[in-house]
Design a protein around this ligand. Structure first.
Ligand code: SF4
Length: 129
């Protein structure tokens, strides 16, 4: 997660540091460390933080189905978990999606692709203000 994003999302969600810690199942001290940049934000915290944000922001209907937005072909869709579970608006959340033609081995590698993707941008415009 990029520097400053965690704090930006917390403010967007309208949560105090204490409330955010409760939502994430962590300590207030950990939340403060994430915001100050003293501690790297773990993947599970990044995922959960984005998940909460995704359910607060209005959703772009077209990008509710990533395979439509990206015009995925039938043979790609059949192997992609976003299509299998019909969660195109949460494609960024799920590991194992087939974006840019292949499954990424780690969350970090997947996120690098997602953060340049129009679906991700449409889900989280607040991160690009
Ligand atoms: S690159 Fe990421 S945001 Fe874009 S369609 Fe794939 S999983 Fe979704």
């Amino acid at each position: 997660m990029r520097k400053g994003e965690f704090s930006k999302i917390r403010h967007q969600l309208g949560k105090t540091q204490t409330q955010m810690a409760q939502l994430l199942g962590t300590s207030v001290k950990a939340v403060q460390s994430f915001e100050q940049g003293w501690r790297r934000i773990p993947a599970h915290v990044e995922r959960q933080t984005l998940f909460l944000l995704a359910h607060q922001l209005p959703r772009n209907k077209k990008h509710g189905r990533c395979w439509v937005a990206l015009e995925c072909q039938a043979d790609t869709k059949k192997d992609c978990p976003a299509w299998e579970f019909k969660v195109g608006h949460l494609c960024w959340f799920i590991n194992g999606t087939i974006c840019q033609g292949e499954v990424q081995p780690t969350w970090q590698k997947k996120m690098r692709i997602c953060r340049k993707c129009e679906v991700f941008h449409s889900m989280f415009p607040v991160l690009y203000d």
